[in-house]
Design a binder for this molecule. Sequence first.
Ligand code: CP3
Length: 341
Amino acid sequence: MIKNDLLLRALNNETVNRPPVWMMRQAGRFLPEFRNLRDKYDFFTRCRTPELAAEITLMPIRAIHTDAAILFSDILVVPQAMNIEVQMKEDVGPWLPNPVRSAKAVEQVIVPDIQETLGYVMDAIKLSKEMLNDEVPLIGFAGSPWTIFCYAVEGKGSKSYDVAKSFCFTQPEAAHALLQKITDTTILYLKEKVKAGVDAVQIFDSWGGMLSPEDYTTFSWNYIKQIVDALADETKVIVFAKGCWFAINDMAQSKVSALGVDWTCSPRNARYLSGGKITLQGNMDPARLLSPIPDIQKMVKQMIDAFGKDNYIVNLGHGILPSVPVDHAKAFVEAVKMYGS
Ligand code: CP3
């Protein structure tokens, strides 16, 4: 039994005294303890060493007392396991030296044996669960097929993802074959994560909002939905599709347990689009954590009032920024815990 199971209760649509709170990208960047570790070990060493990954996973629980932990890892360990080389370059971010841009290149991409290639993630989950000692739930995650596809085809981050889009629009067969391989791998991967002990999973569709509503259905949602359908009987699935308010209505008809919302969609609009009942997660502008603490406290209260305390998970509208002072992040979490008292 998990002692603080608020997150699971919100995902189950149970009534709560206050909503749970966690922050996307809480395991890393903004914490000084994390930056110390970063000076000693490179990025993928931190991901591949269960002791380091588990230690980083627990850092925000110890430092700011969120109601859930998210495993320290990265969405890009999946393409790595699929035979696509991924490096993490200082000050550049992800760097894929051989981007996948032809039918022939798609053929080289494999649906791997998960234990063989990503067993280290499962070991990190087991160790994190042990160290959490059932204090709070542990969230596992994966990138959406479209978001992984963006990196696989572009070879790096991009402002427009025009190379990835052009691949979809000019070589749709090859593009769909790659999206399907990523989907099949992600389903196997998340099922293993559930077996290893995660209490819920989140799918990050960080670049879904780059697509038009119609293309979103074709190149992103149709694949996310396969993952949701495959996992829904085994665990709670949260889908965070940034910039995709236009898809909330369709997504709410699926077997998801919660939908993430970014700060460009008002709570009221998100409730309207989702039909009112489904659990929503979000959505403060991450840059708002740079505001003075009294403003953060006020905005948290307004946000909970607007979403409603039930069927709601307090979060940011995207990942926490590395520049956020720890006491501001702490104030955000504490303001949620004070709600209603
Ligand atoms: O939520 C958490 O804290 C768990 C850990 C986590 C990381 N990446 C660690 C990380 C999670 C959930 C991710 C997801 C991720 N990774 C996404 C989806 C969420 C989002 O922010 O949109 C994406 C698009 C990536 C790809 C990625 N990884 C980028 C673009 C970068 C470089 C920019 C950055 O975020 O600093 C990374 C590197 C990365 N992943 C870091 C961390 C802590 C920082 C690099 C480092 O520590 O050296």
